[in-house]
Design a protein around this ligand. Structure first.
Ligand SMILES: *Cc1c(COP(=O)(O)O)cnc(C)c1O
Length: 470
């Protein structure tokens, strides 16, 4: 592709981006593609000869776009949001243009130093004290895995990497049942094992772990010759937004010299608003915190902010430090590949830096406050509507509800039918969860482009679909 062609198609891509975003409200949120449909539309073998860009672009618009679920749709109320603000999209285009590897300071000095600054801006924005350091990981799952590895190494006196785990006493990690499945996976991959992920019972409407039960579990494990390694605190669980009392968890953990990792992948973003910080009170006493700007702050996937209180333990666990990496901390040089699982690294900081500047903290706070206010107003309206009940109270902008058609059919099958009818119609998109073993429908307001009218429209769609099924 010569320079003129590159310019032409780069502009075509930019035009597509603007057109796509402007037209989202008119598209069904969730793809109605059937499994295998896209594969059937594509040739089975790769092309031997070069194809014109015009053909690629046409197939992209004809085959790919209609098969996508539209995560940037203003009425995307499923899962958690994955916002990509226009400023972030532009930063990603610039990152792609440079195609740089950002593993070491010297492989991309500006990428490293922008990362240091942007992550420290975010630390200040969420109210974490000075002294906490940060790194941008690809995902909360990776950040949590590094925390599990650090917990394991601390518990084993930093012998695990060298000696392996054979013959070592089992390391025990404590968490409630409300945590994300990435915690289970981290237990598998770190070699700690699922059976050593101890589930602590929860209490109260926020379903936080019972600190007395945590204390008892640690004491019992010690007595049994097992090695307590750390605790995962849940700040905004995936299902209903469960909240552990972080201060209480930290207090128990300190008593036993255990490492505390806080998973605040979604809810942590709300901490840019001081009024929500009571939800993670005590977080500054933890050892590791993950929150995803790629969820609720508009810096698109992948951009996971991982804050670490004691970087030395983290590096003692993760840094291979061959000669060319052995520069950490000297002359202000930081090699972020020593802080992560992967060696190669994308320039993820650029989009975070762009987003923080393009919106300002006040713009981002206003967005989150609107989502919380609109989500909570919708929860009140649904709770007041005959036949509907809340299965869990709102936590920030997330709540769950059930519908009873009044004919004895209020079970899981009716909830699934309701959910499917809502999603098939395409105006809004919702996902299910289980609350106390029974199916419930989740709602979260979080799309950057959502308006109050979009959230209010969700009420009409939910009510009318439920009536039509009754
Ligand atoms: C989304 C989410 C995760 C996983 O995030 P990834 O960045 O996709 O790995 C983990 N924990 C919680 C609480 C989440 O909401």
């Amino acid at each position: 592709m010569d320079g003129e062609d590159f310019r032409h198609w780069a502009r075509a891509a930019a035009d597509f981006a603007v057109r796509y975003r402007a037209g989202l409200r008119d598209l069904p949120v969730r793809a109605s593609t059937r499994p295998g449909e896209i594969v059937a539309a594509l040739p089975a073998a790769p092309p031997e000869e070069a194809e014109p860009m015009a053909d690629l672009f046409a197939d992209f618009e004809r085959i790919v776009v209609p098969g996508m679920t539209h995560w940037q749709h203003p009425r995307f109320f499923a899962y958690f949001p994955a916002n990509a603000s226009p400023a972030s999209v532009i930063a990603e285009a610039l990152t792609a243009a440079m195609g740089a590897q950002c593993l070491l300071w010297q492989t991309s000095p500006a990428a490293t130093e922008v990362e240091t600054v942007a992550i420290d801006w975010l630390r200040q924005a969420v109210g974490l004290p000075e002294g906490w350091r940060g790194v941008i990981q690809d995902s909360a799952s990776s950040a949590t895995l590094t925390a599990f590895l650090t917990m394991r190494e601390r518990a084993l006196g930093f012998t695990g990497n060298r000696e392996g785990l054979a013959g070592q006493a089992p390391v025990r990690i404590y968490a409630s049942a409300e945590v994300h499945t990435s915690i289970d996976k981290a237990a598998w991959i770190s070699g700690i094992g699922e059976r050593n992920l101890v589930r602590i019972p929860t209490q109260g409407v926020l379903r936080g772990m019972d600190p007395a039960a945590l204390e008892a579990a640690i004491v019992a494990d010690k007595a049994a010759g097992l090695l307590p390694g750390g605790v995962v605190a849940c700040v905004g669980g995936t299902g209903i937004g469960a909240m552990d009392d972080v201060a209480a968890v930290v207090k128990v953990a300190r008593r036993h010299d255990l490492f505390v990792h806080v998973d605040a992948a979604w809810a942590g973003n709300a901490m840019i608003c001081p009024e929500f910080r009571s939800l993670w009170a005590g977080a500054e006493g933890a050892d590791s915190i993950v929150l995803n700007p790629h969820k609720w702050l508009g810096a698109q996937f992948d951009c996971s902010a991982h804050f670490i209180r004691n970087v030395d333990q983290h590096l003692d666990t993760l840094a291979i430090q061959p000669e060319y990496l052995r520069t950490h901390g000297h002359d202000g040089i930081v090699n972020y590949s020593e802080w992560s699982i992967q060696t190669g690294r994308r320039f993820r900081a650029l989009k975070l830096w762009f987003v923080l500047r393009a919106h300002g903290l006040s713009g981002l706070r206003e967005m989150i406050r609107n989502h919380v206010r609109w989500g909570q107003a919708l929860a009140r309206r649904i709770a007041a509507e005959p036949g509907f009940t809340l299965a869990s109270a709102p936590v920030l902008s997330l709540f769950t509800f059930r519908h009873d058609p009044g004919d004895g059919r209020d079970g899981d099958a009716h909830m699934l039918a309701l959910l499917q009818a809502i999603n098939d119609a395409g105006e809004i998109y919702l996902t299910p969860t289980r609350v106390d073993g029974r199916l419930a429908i989740r709602f979260q307001a979080g799309s950057m482009d959502a308006t109050q009218a979009d959230v209010e429209r969700a009420f009409e769609v939910i009510r009318d679909t439920a009536r039509a099924l009754s």
